[in-house]
Design a protein around this ligand. Structure first.
Ligand code: PCA
Length: 325
């Protein structure tokens, strides 16, 4: 080894030990199962930041609600119990109606439209989140939402009285308007809820049905593309402001890659997961014409209700989205 190589090697060892002495470790709670595509994207994001900062900031993901359940994650980040985490923001529409912009029925029902809607909503949403001590990093849509049941359902009359698992205000309201009984349950708990009859149906993507093997209890999946809700990865704003610029740059780069990769996975997963539901014995196909028409009417009611609740800020998002069509 030449003198110069020795010095270089020594500096590298010194730098590595200096870094690990100051290494910061962030836990990242995530609500959905480790095998879910959002969780896979989050794990790669965490690895990207850990590698990109040379280990100075090490992020460890905790999927499946193992650290905090879905409903607790946002508050945990806001209050600094953890510095980073992922959450379905439409689950907090009761705090601010804007969080439900991605669950307005039949507003954006394709990946291209979901992207357009996201582009115009990102600014206002970032502002709301900053006001809650949160910094937004990236967001990835779920595939289109369809209806799951333990029976054949061709009209809302067929679904009357069914206990319907909800995950946000829109899914609960849809249940009510269809004459069903909404019951809020985390995705991590649904296999058990269906097995014990606590719930008999839900609105969700093929992805969640596949992740939770719902064919063990449910028999029908009807594609409806009702809406495409999003998961959001957020950092505590104080923790974000406390990072040096280099670290922020690495996180921003990893976030952009994660958003791209997550979008791609969501697209790939759409058909794959519905095919898996069918392979495992479920009847799959579009909603009947009659149920489709009833859902459209319910969607109009829900859209009017959301616009009323979200006021000018909500209307501005919808107008900007329509102008971009
Ligand atoms: N899966 C999540 C939200 C939307 C989706 O497709 C869930 O069911 O909790």
């Amino acid at each position: 080894m030449s003198k110069l190589t020795q010095i270089a090697a020594g500096i590298a060892v010194f730098a590595a030990s200096a870094m690990s002495a100051h290494a910061e470790k962030w836990d990242m709670p995530m609500a959905y199962s480790a095998t879910n595509f959002h969780s896979a994207t989050g794990a790669q994001f965490a690895e990207c930041v850990t590698l990109g900062t040379g280990g100075a900031l090490e992020i460890t993901t905790h999927p499946g609600g193992s650290l905090y359940s879905g409903a607790e994650i946002k508050r945990a980040i806001q209050t600094g119990q953890v510095n980073i985490g992922e959450r379905l923001l439409s689950g907090h529409q009761n705090e601010n109606a804007l969080f439900g912009f991605d669950s307005v029925p039949f507003l954006a029902t394709s990946f291209a439209d979901s992207e357009k809607l996201w582009e115009v909503a990102k600014g206002p949403l970032t502002e709301v989140l900053n006001g809650q001590n949160l910094h937004l990093l990236y967001s990835v849509p779920w595939p289109g939402q369809g209806l799951y049941f333990d029976r054949e359902v061709n009209t809302t009359a067929d679904a009357k009285g069914i206990k319907f698992r909800s995950y946000n205000a829109a899914s609960a309201r849809m249940a009510e308007l269809m004459g069903m009984l909404p019951v809020q349950i985390e995705a991590a708990e649904i296999s058990q809820a269906f097995a014990t009859g606590v719930a008999q149906g839900m609105v969700s993507s093929g992805s969640t049905g596949y992740d939770r093997k719902v064919w063990e209890s449910l028999s029908h999946y009807y594609s409806a593309d009702a809406w495409m809700p999003r998961n959001y990865v957020m950092v505590n704003l104080d923790a974000w402001n406390g990072l040096d610029e280099g670290t922020q740059n690495v996180i921003n780069g990893c976030s952009a890659i994660a958003e791209y990769a997550g979008d791609w996975r969501s697209i790939q997963y759409t058909d794959f997961t519905v095919n898996e539901l069918a392979k495992n014995g479920m009847a799959t196909g579009p909603v009947s014409d009659e149920l489709g028409a009833e859902l459209r009417a319910i969607g109009e009611t829900m859209t009017a209700e959301w616009l009323e609740a979200a006021g000018d800020a909500g209307k501005a998002i919808v107008d900007a989205y329509k102008a971009a069509q």
